[in-house]
Write a protein that binds this ligand. Sequence first.
Ligand code: HEC
Length: 171
Amino acid sequence: MSENQDFHNRSGMLAFIGSMVFVTLFFIYMVTIDKGVDLAENIEVPLSDDAPAYNLAAEPEPWVSNPEIILAGAKVYRQACALCHGANGDLVGSSVPTARNLVEGAWTQGGGLINHFKVLQNGIPGTQMASFSAQLTANERWAVIHFIETITNNKSQDNPEDVAEFAKAAK
Ligand code: HEC
């Protein structure tokens, strides 16, 4: 009986050692000899070069959000706002920690797209938040506002019709 069991254990051990040797050799083969398929090897043209560029300046209704204007807004944000508000809008890495945390969105000038546009138009007098009406076009300001909508927890409650009406008169 016990002899029988020893026999089984021995062959089990041999099978185990054998499979470990196989796995190890196969691993060495994969890492050193056949590195497999390079997923990028057949891509000749970078996809982004093929896609038509979004023309923010020609956007006829910049007060309406869409994925492309949000991307354009993210770019404006990196260039004009990230220094003070932080790369992600939460003041992390900011050089002006008195700037507002845009993610938290504890707005002092009123929430919503229209009030944000007014802040960018006029600045907040007496603070380091300057007017951007000279530095950014109206379309760039709408774009960055749409981007902020995507990162803030305190989102706009503005009625789209009111925003459109305000936007047509705003410069
Ligand atoms: C020189 C630093 C600086 C830059 C650059 C800057 N901000 Fe500000 N921003 C501030 C400060 C400081 C405040 C808070 C002012 C205060 O004390 O109320 C503020 C406040 C705000 C607010 C809050 C308004 C509210 O209702 O509370 C918004 C929105 C805002 N900034 C958006 C932007 C956007 C968008 C940009 C880029 C186009 C930008 N800021 C660039 C410093 C800056």
